[in-house]
Design a protein around this ligand. Structure first.
Ligand code: TXA
Ligand code: MG
Length: 319
């Protein structure tokens, strides 16, 4: 076993807290994907985090909390914001809200923005660590900037090796895709990133109006939701979507019952279950990327529910 890889236990949790206090980086499981945790108030830790991810400084981080009370120390809330928090937290929903000024969060974590993307994940380990650390945690997805996200501790090791101080293995993530991001700083509220939760269902359940951002209206020069337009989630192998017949040199990512006699292939879900496909997506993309074939070609995925998020990830991976 690698020296910086530990199973989740009281010992590894204490070590993680000690490391965060020492400005080190620790990879942790959340219900969506693995994240690289650091102290959002410490510029040294933040710089290290941006460096190992090769993340541009204009791309801000999500701040993780383990209670609504802690969130309220970081952001200004509203009636709607608190209603969403009470309904969907802990869970895969990130809310962008106006920032409160204090020394919990350094400007660098927010790329100088006056807003904070905040989330209370359903992650036992993250909650325990925040309680012991007594501070919120900044955690971007645990992948090199632009590459496929990590849904397993070994993915994190594959991406960073011993450049990361500690990886805590808590098994595979529950959903396999990132949280849904809503911008609540202006009305109508906007969906900033498709994620595990369908924004239409959030809207229906709460009666709160949410609109999908019109991509034609996004100002590329303004760092409002900076990560969103770039090529992202991409394997090193060129990826093509909506392919039904793979060619001989292709790695094929299949979906559904229609089996195909192709050697280098994986099926996201034989029973055409979109949740199962979401759970497998990043893991299978990483596996197929390792084969170093000419192309990765992906079968059509129904564009409903979480299928929309899967297709959005595949689209960004293919551009
Ligand atoms: O599921 C998740 O959200 C995972 C787990 C680890 O919590 N985290 C995650 O972080 O996906 P990351 O860094 O890979 O993606 C965060 C996204 C980026 O697109 C970033 O631009 C956007 O959130 N973001 C962060 N702060 C923002 C802000 N203040 N305004 C607009 N967008 C923001
Ligand atoms: Mg990411």
């Amino acid at each position: 076993m690698k020296q910086n890889l530990m199973k989740e236990s009281n010992e590894s949790i204490n070590k993680a807290v000690e490391y965060l206090e020492k400005k080190k980086l620790v990879a942790l499981k959340t219900e969506t994907v693995y994240g690289i945790a650091c102290d959002p108030g410490n510029i040294y830790a933040l710089k290290k985090l941006y460096k190992i991810k090769q993340r541009p400084f204009y791309n801000p981080l999500i701040i993780h909390v383990n209670s609504i009370d802690l969130a309220k120390k970081i952001v200004h809330t509203s009636k709607d914001a608190e209603y969403l928090m009470k309904n969907f937290w802990p869970g895969p929903l990130t809310l962008i809200l106006p920032r409160k000024l204090n020394n919990l969060i350094h400007d660098l974590a927010l790329s100088g923005l006056q807003t904070v993307a905040i989330r209370f994940p359903k992650s036992g380990i993250m909650s325990k660590i925040i309680t012991k650390f007594q501070k919120p945690i900044a955690a971007p997805s645990a992948n090199e900037s632009g590459y496929i996200s990590a849904t397993d501790a070994n993915h994190v090791i594959d991406s960073f090796g011993n450049k990361i101080d500690l990886v805590i293995d808590s098994g595979r993530t529950n959903y396999g895709l990132e949280s849904t991001i809503l911008d609540l700083t202006k009305k109508p509220y906007q969906l900033k990133r498709h994620g595990v939760l369908d924004y239409k269902i959030i809207s229906k359940k709460t009666g709160i109006k949410i609109v999908e951002e019109d991509p034609r209206k996004i100002d590329l020069k303004k760092p409002n939701s900076p990560g969103q337009l770039l090529k992202h989630y991409a394997p090193k192998t060129p990826l093509f979507t909506n392919v039904t017949e793979p060619m001989q040199d292709d790695a094929f990512l299949n979906f559904g019952k229609k089996s195909i006699n192709h050697q280098a292939s994986l099926n996201l879900s034989v029973s055409a279950d979109l949740d199962e496909a979401a759970y497998n997506l990043f893991d299978f993309l990483r596996k197929l990327d390792k084969l170093k074939k000419k192309r990765i070609v992906v079968a059509p995925i129904p564009n409903t529910g979480i299928g929309k998020t899967i297709n959005e990830r595949l689209f960004r991976a293919s551009i």
